[in-house]
Design a protein around this ligand. Structure first.
Ligand code: UGA
Length: 462
């Protein structure tokens, strides 16, 4: 997320330095090698490095001295109790404070704006300020974010919250053409600095090959720090709830003989509901929804509030995963000794991210029931190799037909475009009876699959 943001801000005309403590990663990026698979990113990074607007460094203090704005874009993984682990955010904030206490910082003309882009619990803006102060004090300086309360120091800083709404797999597009930019800060000058930074995106004046541009202008939402932090959790939790809602409807559709695709279409045309995020199937995963819903539930509990709706959102999602195993058991009876192919391993298409990927949970469940599981993914295969233990829990094939060879059942786990074009006749002839296809994303056309001699089971499709 930091890399995408940095590259996009460079493209709209700013000078950007991305700092990472990992020297190997910095060297790789400088040479144009990407640590993740993200469409359009490599071209963008290489182009901006070539233009001299984007560089990489391990020197945080030196970069802070040069900067008007510092984004904190480190991860906030889920702790054991579901809450967000802020140790990386805290460490960076402290280092920024330390840099601000160095004599070089006296050359600064304007307050440094420290922007939190990592998803953090509500109130973390204060936490970041506290750690900047502590870092500065430890390094022998005294700074304050409050104008006029500088204790003799020549510079100060502001803290802002700028939650991120980009999606993996379309992160570059989302950064250039966002639905909105949200900025939380308690001081006017911080908002002004950030408005100026995002101006080319807000006004859509940066160079792009997209013709016409998808957006005319982008709403710039300014608010207090706590509300900005809350917007991020509320947005992700709402989207996760929307998916769980349609999955609940899909289950009822199956019982009554209705088709969830038609239901979602008919519902989604109501502008108040909207058609997106109404695809039923095995549910949501990834590095964001599971973590953010868990964190919001944990925040609510801290205040002795039972988040009933969010609890149900998670329960429905867990039930969808189990639904895959139940469908397989219903058709194959015993899973012992059965070979099952997983088509798609990444948590969604166009990424190689396997964090909280449904494929991994499903592979574990099937293995425990005695099945042999072979997975195929167009890009995440290498990452999946040896990820689970024991190593034979999930074998990885590098061709879809190889994964399907001799399989009693196949599960479409990720809706990669490639799977739409599978030669179903070839699939049927390489599989073994009952030649079952469990379509976890309702991707395939049931009658085409049936016509090829395969048995089809989707989610909520009558
Ligand atoms: C999500 C949000 O969509 C972004 O706005 C946000 O910035 C990001 O989290 C984040 O917090 O960093 P992302 O996790 O990349 O983005 O992926 P999504 O496209 O939202 O999909 C999340 C999961 O929901 C995937 O497992 C996907 O397969 C599933 N999904 C999505 C469904 O099951 N049904 C749908 O209709 C849509």
């Amino acid at each position: 997320m930091g890399l995408v943001t940095g590259a996009c801000l460079a493209h709209v005309g700013h000078r950007v330095t991305c700092v990472d403590k990992d020297e190997g990663r910095v060297a790789e990026l400088t040479e144009g090698r990407m640590p993740i698979y993200e469409p359009g990113l490599e071209e963008l990074v290489v182009g901006e490095v070539g233009q001299g607007r984007l560089s990489f460094s391990t020197d945080l203090a030196g970069t802070v001295h040069e900067a008007d704005v510092v984004f904190i874009a480190v991860d906030t993984p889920q702790g054991d109790d579901g809450s967000a682990d802020l140790s990386s955010v805290g460490a960076v904030a402290r280092m920024v404070g330390g840099a601000l206490a160095q004599p070089e910082a006296r050359r600064r003309q304007r307050p440094l704006v420290v922007v939190n882009k990592s998803t953090v619990p509500v109130g973390s803006g204060d936490f970041v300020s506290m750690l900047i102060e502590e870092g500065a004090a430890e390094a022998g300086g005294a700074h304050s974010s409050t104008p006029g309360n500088n204790n003799g120091a020549t510079v100060d800083y502001r803290v802002a919250s700028n939650p991120e709404f980009l999606r993996e797999g379309s992160a570059v597009y989302d950064s250039f053409f966002p639905d909105r930019i949200v900025l939380g800060a308690d001081e006017r000058d911080a908002l002004d600095t950030m408005r100026a930074l995002y101006e080319p995106i807000i006004e859509q004046t940066f160079p792009t090959r997209r013709d016409p541009r998808p957006k005319a202008a982008v709403p710039f939402v300014t608010t207090d720090l706590a509300s900005a932090e809350m917007i991020k959790y509320a947005a992700n939790s709402f989207l996760a709830t929307k998916i769980s809602f349609i999955n609940e409807i899909a289950t009822i559709c199956e019982l009554v003989g209705a088709d969830v695709g038609s239901v979602a279409h008919g519902m989604g045309l109501d502008e108040r509901i909207g058609s997106r995020f109404l695809s039923a199937g095995i549910g949501w995963g990834g590095s964001c929804f599971p973590k953010d819903v868990a964190a919001l539930r944990s925040i609510a509990r801290e205040y002795d509030h039972e988040p009933l709706l969010l609890d149900a959102t998670v329960s429905v999602n867990e039930r969808q995963r189990k639904g895959v195993v139940a469908k397989l058991q219903r058709e194959l009876h015993t899973l012992k000794g059965k070979r099952i192919a997983l088509l798609g391993l990444a948590f969604k298409p166009n990424t190689d991210d396997l964090r909280e990927a449904p494929s991994l949970k499903i592979a574990c469940e099937l293995y425990q029931r005695g099945a042999r599981v072979v997975g195929y993914d167009p890009v995440a295969g290498k990452k999946a190799l040896g990820l689970l233990s024991p190593p034979d829990l999930l074998k990885v094939a590098f061709d879809p037909y190889e994964a399907l060879e001799g399989a009693h059942a196949a599960v479409v786990v990720t809706e990669w475009e490639e799977f739409r074009g599978l030669d179903l006749g070839r699939v049927a002839s390489s599989m073994k009876d009952p030649r079952l296809v469990v379509d976890g994303r309702n991707l395939l056309n049931p009658s085409d699959v049936g016509a090829a001699g395969l048995r089809y089971r989707g989610f909520g499709r009558g």
